[in-house]
Write a protein that binds this ligand. Structure first.
Ligand code: FE2
Length: 177
């Protein structure tokens, strides 16, 4: 049984604050991709979608002089580290299971290797792989995927649908276990 739903995660004020910066559209779309990939690869859809929804919540300092300076941002970027910490704090506050909070946090930390002095290809667990691939699938040049619009009510509807689909998969897996 899941302790916390995607809708609950999304509605929390911490999520609302930080997802505005990196884009609700990107977060919801990556969560949907992660669900499909997780089911395909036999990865837990609850962990995959939570990690995907929160993967970019560590983004900060989007603008310089009213303009988005992509190159400058890339140089000093540690959004995966910040995101991992924020995601963990958020999930614990929501009453999430500690192991789930840890798995999600590490998947957020490793969803990109752009800030690391080495690559992560082949080193990721299946969960971490799903989150990285789902993110890549929605990426556009110059970070444009962060600017696609989606209003909150539409995001909630899509996350509601996703929550239902996750429950169905988990129930089915339990039945066959
Ligand atoms: Fe992303």
């Amino acid at each position: 049984m899941r302790r916390v739903t995607l809708v609950e995660v999304f509605k929390h004020r911490i999520t609302q604050k930080y997802l505005q910066r990196s884009g609700i559209n990107h977060a919801v779309t990556v969560a949907e991709y992660a669900f499909d990939m997780a089911v395909e690869m036999g990865v837990g859809p609850d962990l995959a979608t939570k990690s995907a929804l929160l993967h970019d919540m560590g983004h900060y300092e989007w603008y310089r002089d009213g303009k988005w300076d992509y190159d400058e941002y890339r140089k000093s970027d540690i959004h995966a580290i910040k995101g991992a910490e924020r995601a963990h704090k958020l999930l614990i506050r929501l009453g999430e299971d500690r192991l789930v909070a840890k798995e999600v946090s590490v998947a957020v930390l490793l969803h990109t290797d752009s800030y690391l002095p080495f690559g992560l290809d082949e080193k990721r667990t299946p969960l971490q792989h799903v989150v990285a691939k789902a993110d890549e699938k929605d990426e556009q040049p110059m970070g444009l995927h962060h600017y696609k619009q989606m209003d909150k009510s539409h995001a909630l509807k899509r996350l509601h649908d996703l929550d239902r689909k996750i429950e169905q998969v988990l129930t089915k897996n339990n039945d066959s276990a």
